[in-house]
Write a protein that binds this ligand. Structure first.
Ligand SMILES: [Zn+2]
Length: 170
């Protein structure tokens, strides 16, 4: 049975895009990097307002990344206080592999989706690769829900708010 993805497209604000572009440079050391994504889900769209940095205790390996949970929780707390943004997913780099969620990535997302305390309906995953250098990364968006991972369009904004967001989210 095919279930429609709760997220049909991902909109990255300029502020979040700036962080991803800058933080990708950490992968010059040969290890993946990344962070969490914070924002809103509405009308089949994920609006990413904040992209996190890895945090001091993140796991950074050539073929794996896992964010620093304490750092992520602090970012989430700050973003929620500021504009009600919630944790909607994560971004990370791939060094050798295609910009597709790996088996370990999918296992991480499955654990998040299965945790009732987190309340995820879907996980937004952005994977960045060098294009060809880390000064110009190329990013791809995925949405993971149930046991599926589906590629969705990634739309880069030139401002910090999504033009199609409902008024109450601004
Ligand atoms: Zn990965």
């Amino acid at each position: 049975m095919t279930v429609e993805s709760p997220v049909q497209r991902v909109h990255l604000t300029a502020a979040a895009h700036t962080v991803v572009s800058r933080e990708c440079g950490r992968s010059l050391d040969g290890n993946e990097t990344g962070g969490i994504l914070l924002g809103h889900l509405h009308d089949g769209m994920a609006e990413v307002r904040v992209a996190g940095d890895p945090g001091p205790t993140a796991v950074r390996q050539p073929d794996f990344f896992l964010r620093d949970l304490g750092h992520a929780q602090q970012l989430a707390h700050d973003a929620f206080t500021r504009d009600g943004s919630i944790w909607i997913g994560e971004w990370h780099t791939h060094l050798a592999a295609a910009p597709v969620p790996s088996e370990r990535d999918l296992a991480t997302y499955a654990r998040l989706l299965a945790d009732p305390d987190l309340g995820f309906e879907a996980i937004v995953s952005i994977i960045a690769v060098a294009n060809p250098g880390w000064d110009r990364p190329a990013a791809y968006a995925w949405t993971c829900f149930g046991d599926q991972a589906v590629a969705v369009p990634l739309i880069l904004s030139t401002d910090d708010y999504c033009p199609t967001a409902p008024e109450e989210h601004r």
